[in-house]
Design a protein around this ligand. Sequence first.
Ligand code: GLU
Length: 418
Amino acid sequence: MSDEANPFESLQSQIDDAAAYLDIGDDVIERLKHPERVLETNLTIERDDGDLERFKAFRSQFNGDRGPYKGGIRYHPQVSRDEVKALSGWMTYKTAIVDIPLGGGKGGIVIDPDDYSEAELERLTRSFGKELRPLIGEDRDVPAPDVNTGQREMNWIKDTYENLENTTEPGVITGKALDSGGSEGRVEATGRSTVIAAREAFDYLDKDLEGATVAVQGYGNAGWIAAKLIDEMGATVVAASDSSGGIYNPDGFDPVAAKEHKNETGSVVGFEGSEEAVTNDDVLTLDVDLLIPAALENAIDADLAEAVEADVISEAANGPLTPAADEVLEGKDVFVIPDILANAGGVTVSYFEWVQNRQRFYWAEERVNEELEGIIVDAFDALVETYERHDLENPRTAAYVVAIQRVADAFEEAGSWP
Ligand code: GLU
């Protein structure tokens, strides 16, 4: 992984690229390049041995013009103020490209959760929930899972909030377990939109998905579900990787069996369906039809982009390409489905969860998946319409043109106050 790009600068350069095609004043664009506010806090909790430890945590509320701030909370040693700001901006344009009535936010705690017990993580999460309480609420800011967080952490934050507020308000957070007010289909949603978007791109490019070869970098929730669903659509998953390394079999392997191997051993490495062990970078540069980066930001820098051989990239991760890599891939005619559309299934089903929580009426999984399908297909069509109308070279710029226009319209229609 390269650390050459500051993700917040990457976000701002993506906005600048799109602004060139928009009839929006520089002053409004300037506003849309910065978060409205960022909470930076220090959480001190007791370790199991009685010692105290301090952790830095953030919540960035980037933009609320289209609705409550929305976005996940990640636990990772690499979390920083700039990373959280960038991720909250990407959420703003993600909710706008899929046209759901939400804004953008993101949070994180600087921690490697593998080094802590479940009880310590619960104390830390509840402590963050207490700090977040004045900022969040179903009409204010609605957090969700992200890297290294899931239903367990969401349930704790919901419980903390509800206890402190003396109420029941499941819509204060999404990505909860089903019995705590979660939605069917939420866990699979990010991987699902990644493959729906890939299918639409193949169709648009007149390429056959049946038998197409696929490499997946990152085998967490988004990556492995994408692998499973694309295999069900008739494509052949030939490579996968996680932080310990990669596996490759030119004839393809069963993505579910690879996941079972990872569950048992902690990694895909050593999976018996693999012909050879490969590195993470090898997985990103294999000669495949579709590449799915599903790990962290900056996975592909300009040097690595020179070696990428995939025809289509569907970004399950947030910010996996540096802007320099994006430019290289544009020059090589690789069709990149941008993160803000490809992985928007997660937040879209979070939106469905929030709607169900507010109505106290829950949908069957079939309905969730059908509604998700419609939203991702419509967003892809909006991207293509703009891509063609402006004769753009990069689908990401098209997505930003659509999304920024929607946010700017909401801002301008509201007028200014005070
Ligand atoms: N963390 C996910 C994302 O980056 C989901 C956010 C949400 O559901 O609010 O899109």
